[in-house]
Write a protein that binds this ligand. Structure first.
Ligand SMILES: [Mg+2]
Length: 150
């Protein structure tokens, strides 16, 4: 398992996971809640950070992120790369500033053909669609929600 790429890790998750996508989405929320619970214990129960427990819970979050993306046909590397692209656009100076955070440059509308695209997810979807079109793989080959249930 050491030195697995994001996509190899995701493939391994897919070999082990038999949870329907809605169950994995609930699992993701539940595991994120376990991370929040660690913070609660620090803030209100006087506990110290349990780094090992945090690492395990973040791993559980990563597991469900990988599985939800897998079940929707999204390579985990694309999740990572999309996040990097979004935040690189949002923080052009290469570090956080409150001004850049408030400006949300990545959420500014762009023109796509004659359409004004405003939502960052739409912008990412257009980029992915263009890549798939270049690879000869169109949206018809994307798995539907129903096909993922079987
Ligand atoms: Mg857990």
């Amino acid at each position: 398992m050491e030195n697995y790429t994001f996509d190899q890790y995701q493939e391994w998750v897919g070999q082990l996971c038999r949870t329907p996508v809605e169950g994995s989405i609930m699992g993701l929320a539940g595991e994120a809640g376990e991370v929040v619970d660690l913070l609660k214990k620090i803030l209100y129960h006087g506990k110290l950070l349990d780094r090992e427990k945090l690492k395990l819970e973040l791993g559980d979050v990563l597991w469900y992120v990988a599985d939800v993306a897998r079940q929707y046909g999204i390579p985990l590397s694309e999740v990572r790369d999309g996040n990097v692209a979004k935040l690189t656009e949002r923080f052009p100076k290469g570090h956080f500033t409150p001004e850049d955070s408030a400006a949300r440059a990545d959420e500014k509308p762009i023109m796509y053909g004659n359409r004004l695209v405003t939502h960052p997810a739409q912008k990412l979807a257009i980029e992915a669609f263009k890549r798939e079109a270049d690879d000869g793989c169109g949206p018809d080959e994307m798995p539907s929600y129903k096909s993922l249930q079987q």
